[in-house]
Design a protein around this ligand. Structure first.
Ligand SMILES: NC(=O)c1ccc[n+]([C@@H]2O[C@H](COP(=O)([O-])OP(=O)(O)OC[C@H]3O[C@@H](n4cnc5c(N)ncnc54)[C@H](OP(=O)(O)O)[C@@H]3O)[C@@H](O)[C@H]2O)c1
Length: 238
């Protein structure tokens, strides 16, 4: 990665892990197609990194027309991205019996269907080119049940099942699919009022740890597939 510049599509680019990924890669000279809903935060990324390094797209990944339109524009104007990072996600911490149908729909639509839509739009171009990397930011909630996160777990188990199949389908086509299942990361996802981190905040992982891992993965030669990585702070167990 340090020598060869890449084009990297990041969903959920405006906060937390996605923001850290965008700033890291853009500041190292790569081009980042940054997708998220919040225009002013997308603009801040462009101001900080330069309009040639961060190309912003105001997109709700749960809206398939918006996804199709943005990715068609990326591929028409810039080409098929070298790397896709499916990172956009939402969480609610509330028992399933209390989750509204709207809440259930939103979590599945963003975390699972959003990743499927974006990947479906990017994959044919990667196949035609014969290369690409897809990184899915899943969760430890995709590896085990967590009370209060039934729908979130369903969305992340879904993502892991999707990724498991996709990795097999695409391996022979020169495309590597890796899924990362992190535990607690210090991001705005942990809202002190609505969704406080249940453990010791002093020991939670930093977004940069996920960035460093993804950078490492993208730096590796294509002879080895890192299929699924489960990682969590040592004050958690999954
Ligand atoms: N933080 C953790 O402890 C943790 C642990 C394990 C896994 N994860 C996963 O890591 C990923 C990143 O989470 P984070 O902690 O960085 O969360 P975050 O700080 O809350 O950021 C979430 C990002 O997703 C974007 N997003 C939300 N809904 C979207 C939509 N409908 N369309 C497009 N973008 C949308 C948000 O941007 P806009 O609001 O501007 O759209 C924001 O940039 C998620 O998939 C999450 O499930 C997080």
């Amino acid at each position: 990665m340090s020598v060869q510049m890449k084009s990297i599509l990041v969903t959920g680019a405006t906060r937390g892990v996605g923001e850290a990924l965008t700033l890291n890669f853009a500041k190292k000279g790569h081009v980042v197609y940054a997708l998220a809903r919040t225009r002013n935060q997308l603009n801040s990324l462009v101001e900080e990194c330069g309009s040639e390094k961060v190309i912003p797209f105001e997109v709700d990944v749960s809206k398939k027309e918006q996804v199709e339109e943005a990715i068609a524009a990326i591929q028409r104007d810039y080409g098929v991205p070298d790397v896709l990072i499916n990172n956009a996600g939402v969480v609610e911490n509330i028992s399933f019996a209390e989750q509204s149908i709207e809440m259930i729909e939103r979590i599945v639509d963003v975390n699972l269907k959003g990743a499927l839509y974006v990947t479906r739009c990017v994959v044919p171009g990667m196949i035609a080119r014969g290369s690409g990397r897809i990184i899915n930011v899943s969760s430890v909630a995709g590896t085990r049940g967590i009370p209060g996160q039934a729908t979130y777990c369903a969305s992340k188990f879904g993502m892991n099942g999707f990724a498991e199949t996709l990795a097999q389908e695409l391996l022979a086509k020169g495309i590597l699919v890796t899924t990362i299942c992190p535990g607690g990361i210090d991001t705005p996802l942990w809202d002190p009022d609505k969704n406080p981190y249940p453990g010791d905040k002093a020991r939670i992982m930093k977004p940069q740890e996920i960035v460093d891992l993804i950078e490492y993965l993208l730096d590796q030669p294509k002879g080895t597939l890192h299929k699924k990585i489960v990682m969590f702070p040592t004050n958690e167990w999954h």
